[in-house]
Each structure stands twice: as structure tokens, then as C-alpha cells.
Design a protein around this ligand. Structure first.
Ligand SMILES: Nc1ncnc2c1ncn2[C@@H]1O[C@H](COP(=O)(O)OP(=O)(O)OP(=O)(O)O)[C@@H](O)[C@H]1O
Ligand SMILES: [Mg+2]
Length: 241
């Protein structure tokens, strides 16, 4: 690969009790790529995020980020090195305001207060900062969590099912945000998503997981035609129409 690799895993794995949630995973994500990570429920997608972002320690293999081994680093250190993530179940302080949530993210990131304005601008978060999070729509909560991740001014952004619960139109807006972050900042994005049309539209390449292991990898065109993928995963979505 001629491109510079921002994130690389080699033989990455973790087992919980007897369950190999992620097995022998080799990943190489070039700078500036939008990479999809797909697979059936329980395939290990979120666990991959947990492993690379320091939330879960691998039981085997390595993680390199920006050319350095990081698999022994805690999550907050990963944030400071330039990796940010969102969570499948948004982690917000519901009794706090929009501004307070953003400030909490900023405090944890080690960035200046001005990063809050910057992040709001980058994800086009047009919300009154004094609003309570409890009053926000699903869509606005999603945007807020992405803005909170962006406050750290990351080089790599991990998005865990950002389109879940969004309407078709909101999903389209999300695609616009993802594309703009890459175009304006050269940001690398790893996207877990079950909404296949979104993954196919926005990703340069897709890695498919099944039972913790890599099943296939390639462009959306290649992946959508891959027999093993269709059988393991897409077939279900196709069958549903
Ligand atoms: N901390 C943990 N302790 C025990 N088992 C876990 C833990 N985290 C994940 N698992 C198990 O590992 C497997 C992979 O889970 P993971 O959440 O990574 O799947 P996923 O691909 O993100 O699925 P989904 O599409 O439903 O979000 C599952 O069987 C899950 O129950
Ligand atoms: Mg998950």
C-alpha cells in the first residue's frame, strides 16, 4: 500500500471467557479513508472499536496508530493522541445542557475552549447551548455526540452506528457531515453501520466481520457482490428488501 497508514492492527484479538469476540484481525486504514466496518449483530464490530481506542485490552496482537504501538494505552491517552469515538448508545449527561456536555468533552480532551465552537461548526451543530439534552430529538443528540468527539480535534474518528434511529433524510445529512469532515480536515473515519445503502454510498472500502474474524474486504462494489458476504450478512438485508 502506497498510502500512509494511520491505523494498523495485526493479529488483534480478545476473548471474553470462552468467547473469541475478535480473532486474528489485520486491518490497515490509510490516512483520509472512510472505512466501513460491517457484519451481523455480535460480529465484534464494537469490540474492534473498544480494542483500538483503549477501552478493552487485547488478549493478542497489536494496534498501531500514527506509527506507534498503542495497545497498552488507556482510552483518555488515545483521545489526546488524536483518536475520537462515538458510542452505539450515546453517552451524554442527560440533565446537563448542550453546552455543558460539550464543555465536559473539551475538559477531557485537553483542548482549549475554542475547540467547542470549532467542533460545532465542523459538524454543523446548530443548537442553542442552553438547551437541556433531555429535550433534544434523536437527531440532535446524534449530532451532539459527534460534535463532542470532534472537540478533541481528532485525526481518526470512530462512529458506531451513527445512523441508527435516524430518518432517511437525516441519514443523508449525516453522509454530508462525514464527507465534509474528510474533505475539509483530511479526517480518517471508521464507520460501523447496519444501514447498507449508507455504507455503500459513503465508504471507500469496507471490512466485513463475521464471528469476530475478517470475512472480506474491498470496495463497496466488490463487497456487495461477494458471495460469502451476501450469505453471511447482506443476504438478510437483501431478503428484507
Ligand atoms: N465486555 C464484554 N464482555 C463479555 N462479552 C462481550 C463484551 N463485549 C462484547 N462481548 C461479546 O462479544 C461479541 C461481539 O460483540 P460486539 O458488541 O462487538 O458486536 P457488534 O458487532 O458490535 O454487534 P451489534 O451489531 O449488535 O452492535 C458478542 O457476543 C458480545 O456479547
Ligand atoms: Mg455494536
Amino acid at each position: 500500500m502506497s498510502d500512509e497508514t494511520i491505523l494498523a492492527t495485526r493479529g488483534l484479538g480478545v476473548s471474553f471467557g470462552g468467547l473469541n469476540a475478535v480473532r486474528d484481525l489485520d486491518l490497515a486504514v490509510p490516512v483520509g479513508e472512510i472505512r466501513g466496518l460491517i457484519g451481523p449483530n455480535g460480529a465484534g464490530k464494537t469490540t474492534v472499536f473498544n480494542l483500538v481506542s483503549g477501552f478493552v485490552r487485547p488478549t493478542s496482537g497489536t494496534v498501531e496508530f500514527l506509527g506507534h504501538r498503542v495497545d497498552r494505552l488507556a482510552a483518555h491517552k488515545m483521545t489526546r493522541r488524536g483518536m475520537a469515538r462515538t458510542f452505539q448508545n450515546p453517552r451524554l449527561f442527560p440533565s446537563f445542557t448542550v453546552g455543558e456536555n460539550l464543555r465536559a468533552a473539551q475538559a477531557g480532551s485537553g483542548r482549549r475552549e475554542s475547540s467547542v465552537d470549532w467542533a460545532m461548526d465542523k459538524v454543523a451543530l446548530e443548537l442553542d447551548r442552553t438547551r437541556s439534552v433531555a429535550q433534544l430529538s434523536q437527531r440532535d443528540r446524534k449530532w451532539l455526540t459527534i460534535a463532542m468527539a470532534m472537540v478533541s480535534r481528532p485525526k481518526l474518528l470512530l462512529l458506531d452506528e451513527p445512523a441508527a434511529g435516524l430518518t432517511e433524510e437525516e441519514g443523508g445529512q449525516l453522509i454530508d457531515v462525514v464527507r465534509r469532515l474528510r474533505a475539509e480536515l483530511g479526517l480518517t473515519i471508521l464507520l460501523i453501520e447496519h444501514k447498507m445503502h449508507m455504507v455503500m454510498r459513503v465508504c471507500d472500502n469496507i471490512t466485513v466481520l463475521s464471528s469476530g474474524a475478517k470475512l472480506a474486504e474491498g470496495t463497496p462494489a466488490v463487497i456487495s457482490q461477494d458471495e460469502s458476504v451476501i450469505e453471511a450478512y447482506l443476504g438478510v438485508a437483501h431478503a428484507r428488501g
